[in-house]
Design a protein around this ligand. Structure first.
Ligand code: AMP
Length: 395
């Protein structure tokens, strides 16, 4: 992987695809600057070489150039985070942009307007990509969050830089850290897959079975496995049409010598509410009218035990409805067990929107080895797919 560290950008204009798709509040202020901070090392590397940075990103899903999706709203926060005044131009192609780019001096940063103001971006339009490409001497992709999309700025554009293209440091470290789990991870390797639905994780599970020793299945999706094995799950979340798949996954795991750990007990509730009546129940005899919303104490101990013996840990998906305080304990205890294993030398990677949100909520994000910034992109890598944004850089 060629990265920005392998190139001297002195006096060069560097076009960087970043992922500044950050959340904004009603006053259009940035409420979480994680993604801007994540792109900082790449940008600083180029500025230190005395190159200039032209940043391009999308923000949200605009239909009609709505102002709420303007990247202008990001300028203040980006300037603060990067420690350098970020200039802004209110388009991403055309004459005004050409002028702003021409005037850009070494060590300066120019942010272009939302790429998705043009439908051509998502269409992967070649002519649009060529216009964007004209802004830079080099192309750098540092947008892991959109690397699974074959859009104009994330993939198509790379062909206009046959030599002068490379990985940004964030993108490179996402790939390296995921590979550390998927290919070079020290055994025992444990994957924890939780969340609401089996259906969204089937391909991930099938692909990682070749790479892991233990599979912990938790959260809402565990009930499809429990019911498929004949358990009574009350009104817990279930995907009836995925029960056969669940049994096939268990068989496949066995044939590959992967030990599967399902919850054995659950915190049950009489409604999907933080105020519901609760109880503890064995996982396979939940009374009618009750639903399992969190892992039970016996399960938490068993999961922590597996984690404590693991050398490589992948965590994707919460093991309970952690957004509600009364059903957060399973996810907290799991996170603490991962933090402890990490402190004892294991390598741990947390990824996927909800597990990252959970890790942050319970202040565990700096106690694990790596937190991935890309939800969909990470899942596709775990599914074994080659991401278009990465493939385009390697061509
Ligand atoms: P996913 O996006 O598939 O990773 O699912 C994450 C969501 O799963 C979170 O919002 C959790 O609240 C939810 N979840 C976890 N455990 C359960 C459960 N036992 N019942 C219903 N939802 C759950």
């Amino acid at each position: 992987m060629k990265t920005v560290k392998d190139i001297n950008f002195e006096d060069k204009k560097v076009l960087i695809r970043v992922d500044f798709n950050v959340p904004l509040n009603d006053a259009l202020e940035v409420t979480d600057d994680t993604r801007i901070r994540a792109a900082k090392p790449t940008i600083i590397n180029i500025l230190e070489d005395e190159g200039s940075c032209i940043l391009m990103s999308h923000l949200g899903r605009p239909k009609n150039r709505e102002d709420e999706f303007s990247l202008r709203h990001i300028v203040k926060k980006a300037t603060e985070v990067l420690g350098v005044q970020v200039k802004f131009v209110d388009d991403c192609i055309g004459e005004t942009v050409d002028e702003a780019v021409a005037q850009l001096q070494p060590c300066e940063i120019l942010l272009l307007e939302n790429l998705r103001y043009y439908p051509e971006e998502k269409q992967g339009d070649r002519a649009f990509a060529e216009k964007l490409a004209a802004h830079g001497d080099y192309y750098v992709n540092d947008a892991f969050g959109t690397a699974h999309r074959a859009h104009a700025s994330t993939a198509v554009i790379a062909e206009f830089f046959p030599e002068n293209k490379c990985f940004g440091l964030l993108l490179a470290s996402e790939v390296e850290n995921l590979n550390r789990v998927l290919t070079t991870g020290e055994s025992p390797v444990t994957a924890i897959i939780g969340g609401a639905k089996v259906s969204s994780k089937i391909t991930v599970i099938e692909n990682i079975l070749d790479k892991i020793d233990h599979l912990i299945i938790g959260g809402g999706m565990a009930f499809t496995f429990v019911k498929a094995q004949g358990g009574a799950i009350g009104s817990s979340l279930v995907e009836e049409d995925k029960m056969d798949t669940a049994l096939e996954i268990l068989k496949l795991a066995e044939s590959k010598n992967v030990k599967v750990h399902l919850p054995t007990d659950s915190i049950i509730a009489d409604s999907f509410s933080n105020e519901a009546e609760t109880n503890i129940s064995p996982i396979n005899s939940i009374p009618d009218g009750w639903m399992g919303l969190d892992a039970g104490p016996e399960t938490n101990t068993a999961f922590a035990e597996v984690i404590s013996h693991s050398k490589t840990i992948l965590w994707n998906g919460p093991v309970g409805v952690f957004e509600m305080d009364n059903f957060a304990q399973g996810t907290i205890k799991l996170g603490l067990a991962i933090a402890e294993a990490t402190e004892n030398g294991a390598f741990s990677l947390v990824g996927g929107g909800d597990s990252v949100a959970a890790a942050k909520k319970f202040q565990l994000d700096d106690k694990v080895s790596y937190v991935s910034t890309g939800g969909g992109a990470m899942l596709e890598m775990l599914e074994g797919k080659t991401l278009p944004g990465i493939e385009a850089l390697l061509k």
